[in-house]
Design a protein around this ligand. Sequence first.
Ligand code: AP5
Ligand code: MG
Length: 217
Amino acid sequence: MRLVLVGPPGAGKGTQAEFIADHFAIPKISTGDIFRGNVSGGSDLGKLAKKYMDAGDLVPDEVTVAMVRERLAEDDAKVGFLLDGFPRTIGQAHELDAILNEFDAALDIVLDLEVDNDEVVRRLSGRRLCKRCGHVWHVEFDPPKVPGICDKCGGELYHRDDDYPDTVRHRLDVYVRQTRPLIEFYNGREQLVGMDAHGPVEDVTERAIALLAPFAG
Ligand code: AP5
Ligand code: MG
């Protein structure tokens, strides 16, 4: 299955991506995670991306597209993939078509996780990430057993630099202007499935898997 997850910041894309990718045995490719890995590794790509990420702006398309092209060319993506956070501009959507064309492949489905702004703010203000394995926790909705420590790998948890209120507001604005037009774009191509992503994590996972099952090859 070749799947794209879209939705506003904090919709639960990263959280659901882990479970959905596991269920369908496809690699999860998250552009935000790849950028954050580069930032913490201190690479040139990380230095460039950090300026945009800290401001809540999108990293320029040419940089992001080149990174995704390289990742999709890896062997594990031949059986399918789940893209989390890409594409997020119409330009990136066209570039994704071109990349898939090169591989004689096409997208199967785009899943839109719909949540309201109040829920986005609640989810992002309490989010914590594991420094080691990247797993996403929430201090209230999905807390680890020991505060500040990842249950999965024992790594230390941190608060993302772009999860403070002013930057979250800006990211929502960027989402509305640059990313939401994708909903219309994929809807027009009959490739979009929308779902209400409110409610407990396990319920959202169950509904997402049920919606996606018909598209699994
Ligand atoms: P990215 O990392 O993709 O951030 P985002 O799109 O803003 O989305 P988030 O990761 O904030 O939210 P999410 O939907 O994954 O929610 P999560 O599952 O964590 O991008 C970051 C930056 O990188 C961008 O701003 C940009 O600069 C750059 N970038 C990335 N991709 C790019 C691209 N294609 N082009 C250009 N630039 C790009 O959940 C949030 C919280 O809620 C968690 O704490 C979680 O535990 C909790 N939660 C999840 N589900 C539930 C639930 N059902 N109930 C209660 N709590 C829940
Ligand atoms: Mg995410």
